[in-house]
Design a protein around this ligand. Sequence first.
Ligand code: SAM
Length: 274
Amino acid sequence: MQNRFFFFPLEKTNHKIECGTVWLALTARGAPVIVTHRCRPGGRPAGFLPAPLHSSPAQGFPMKVFLHVGCGASRQDQTTRGFNTPEWRELRLDIDKSGAPDIIGSMTDMPAVADQSVDAIFSSHNVEHLAPHEVPLALAEFRRVLKPDGFAVITCPDLQAICALVAQDTLHEPIYSTVKKPITALDVLYGFRVAMAEGGSFMAHRCGFTQSVMVHTLRQAGFAMAATKRRGEPMYDLWALAAMRPFSGDEMQSLVSVHFPIQGEANLWSWPAA
Ligand SMILES: C[S@@+](CC[C@H](N)C(=O)[O-])C[C@H]1O[C@@H](n2cnc3c(N)ncnc32)[C@H](O)[C@@H]1O
C-alpha cells in the first residue's frame, strides 16, 4: 500500500520529510512523528510511531524518545536530569487536554503509541490517580510501548511516609508549597483538593504505593527488575525505575543517578524470569 503523509491533528506541523517508505512529520514542538501505513488520507491515523527510527544526531534529530505519561502542564525540563538532555525527545500524553499534550488519552489504553516504539517512559504523580484494577492495565501498556531494552521511571507519593503523618495526626498541616497552594498530607493521600474543587476530577487519588507495593506491582506486571528509593521529608515521594530486561547493578545505579533526584545508591530488586 502507498504510504501517505498525514498532518498530525493535535499539532501545527511545520516540516515534513520523506523517509524511505514512510513519511516523517516534525511537529511544531519538534517531536518527530513517523506516520504509519495505517493512516487513511483525510482520516484519523490508526496509530503512529513516535520513535525517530530513521534519525541520527547528524540529521539534527535526537536518538531517543521518552513517553511522558500524565504530563499535566510539565515539560521535558521538569522531568529528570537524565531526560532533560538534547539526546532525548519528549512525547507528552495526558487524559486532560488542558496541558496541551501531544496525545490525549488514558495511560491504561494508548492505541496511538505503537508497540516497542519508545525508549523510556516518565510517569510523575499519575499511577496513584488510577483505580487499583487499572494499575496493571497501565503497566501492561507501558511494557507494550517500551522497546525491549527500555525502562520506566515512575514517581508517586510514598504512602508509608504519609502514614507516619497520619499516625501523628498532622494531615492538615502544609508539607510543601506549590504555585497554587500549600500541599498537606491530606492532599497527598486523597488528591489535591484545590484542583479537584476546580473540576479536576482526574486529580483524585484512588490507590497508593509503598516501596514494597511498588516492587510487587512492577514484578507482577512483568518487568525484569527494579530500583527504588524513598525521598522522605518534605516531598514524601517514592521513585522507581523498572527495566524491561535484566540490567547489571552498575547499569541500574547509573540510570538511577541521572533519573532520581535523590543522591546515593538505590535499592535493587530482581527476581527469576517469569
Ligand atoms: C498531579 S498531576 C501530575 C502532573 C505532572 N506529571 C507533574 O508531575 O507535575 C496528575 C496528572 O495525571 C493525569 N492523569 C490522571 N489520570 C490519568 C490517566 N488515566 N491517563 C493519563 N493521565 C492521567 C492528570 O490529568 C494530571 O495531569
